[in-house]
Design a protein around this ligand. Structure first.
Ligand code: IZC
Ligand code: ZN
Length: 415
């Protein structure tokens, strides 16, 4: 069979394929990198990959040939934790934040998440859609082709459903694939301050409606001191599981509330943040299929400690990296910056970082059979960087290295 498109002369082709671990390799360095690689694409799928000369049997007279000029090519990157759809911004809290007012104190005063809730209620569905599209265009320019997007700025049925409908429409109206998460348990609305159980029941009652309308695949809770306790979270998760939701969790971000342990117990796809994870939490994740989704941009932006990624990886935990894009604790679309922070602050190695934003991120959203690596039969999502090796992309920080982005075999961004 011949290809429709061939990318050749790839200096380093990070296929993302997982290889058997070699001696002296960390448990996350086992991804394949081909020197002088090529990719053959048929329709919207990867037909084959290889290195050296492109076999002539792949080429027909209509095959489009693209010279990568020795650049790096990697699988389309996946941002597996974002609060994409929201109204407004929170620069009015910025001065307080940099002067050390704690994130949770801002929330308790009705700011933080609750101020974004107000701004999200004020926008129409179409306005939210337009704002999110603009954000996604920026994410795409950084090499991101799949994004997980949470609700949680409504905290009432109408606005939560509005956010989730925006997720659904985004999937048809722009290039990036959206994975939708219901996060009605993002904060307790002020009017429920003395009626916690009532609010929790309201979240539970919305679950079957969302499932019936097919508006979300995942369910997420902000399990944190001052937000939802471990027990309250578990109560909601057990209900969500009954309705067929896949689970992910905001775990051990500020205070340790045994979120990682809960993630293992309920067989969650991912446990996210983990700045305050304990040794028991690390043990739990090590012996689970749960991906530790680390969000170092949030530590950077809040001026907090970083998750112990090096220790977790060395002990055998599988890690993903995401932006946590949101208007409060991490207002950036730039996944490349997050990867650079992971190198500089978490001491993650280049291969580990590329594994974290490709195949491991795909596992954290249950998409590893379809995306996350450049392998035969997978979606033809990939990024070409203006760099000769992966180290350069992490070393030269704060700029956008993207040259071209392909989604489903089509060129969707060009510098
Ligand atoms: O709007 O502050 N941590 N949720 C949990 C967030 C950060 C988003 C926000
Ligand atoms: Zn979050």
């Amino acid at each position: 069979m011949n290809a429709d498109l061939i990318i050749y002369n790839i200096g380093q082709l990070v296929t993302g394929k997982e290889l058997p671990l070699k001696e002296n390799e960390s448990p996350m360095e086992n991804i394949e990198i081909l020197e002088n690689g090529y990719i053959a694409i048929s329709g919207n799928e990867i037909m084959t990959v290889g290195h050296g000369e492109v076999p002539s049997k792949l080429i027909k007279f209509t095959t489009k040939l693209v010279d990568a000029e020795g650049c790096v090519v990697v699988p389309g990157m996946i941002d597996s934790h974002t609060h994409l759809v929201h109204g407004g911004s929170r620069e009015n809290e910025f001065l307080d934040k940099i002067q050390g007012v704690p994130y949770i104190d801002i929330l308790k005063k009705g700011g933080g998440i609750l101020s974004s809730v107000k701004a999200t209620k004020e926008l129409s569905e179409d306005e939210l859609l337009d704002k999110a599209k603009k954000t996604l265009r920026t994410m795409l320019s950084f090499g991101v082709t799949t994004v997980e997007s949470k609700s949680g700025y409504g905290l009432d049925n109408e606005t939560e459903l509005k956010q989730l409908r925006v997720n659904e429409r985004l999937n048809h109206e722009q290039e990036i694939e959206i994975v939708s998460t219901f996060m009605g348990a993002h904060a307790l609305p002020q009017e429920y301050r003395d009626k916690r159980d009532e609010y929790i029941q309201k979240v539970i009652d919305l679950l079957p409606i969302i499932k019936e309308r097919n508006l979300a695949e995942f369910f997420d809770v902000f399990c944190e001191e001052g937000v939802f306790s471990n027990e309250e979270s578990k109560r909601m998760y057990l209900e969500a599981q009954k309705y067929g939701f896949k689970l992910r969790i905001h775990a051990d971000e500020i205070v340790n509330t045994k979120g990682a342990e809960l993630a293992k117990e309920l067989n969650m796809y991912s446990a996210d943040h983990l700045m305050a994870i304990s040794q028991e939490g690390i043990e739990a994740l090590k012996n689970s299929k749960t991906i530790a989704n680390i969000l170092p941009g949030t530590s950077f932006s809040l001026g907090k400690n970083y998750a112990p990624a090096r220790k977790m990886i060395d002990e055998g935990v599988q890690v993903a990296l995401s932006t946590d894009y949101n208007p409060g604790s991490c207002p950036t679309e730039n996944l490349q910056l997050i990867m650079q922070i992971a190198a500089l602050k978490l001491k993650m190695k280049p291969k580990e970082i590329f594994k974290a934003v490709t195949i491991n991120a795909a596992k954290s959203i249950g998409r590893e059979k379809r995306i996350g690596s450049i392998e035969e039969g997978k979606k033809a999502d990939f990024v070409m960087f203006d760099a000769k090796n992966i180290e350069y992309i992490l070393y030269h920080f704060g700029v956008n290295h993207t040259k071209k982005v392909f989604k489903n075999g089509c060129l969707v961004f060009k510098k």
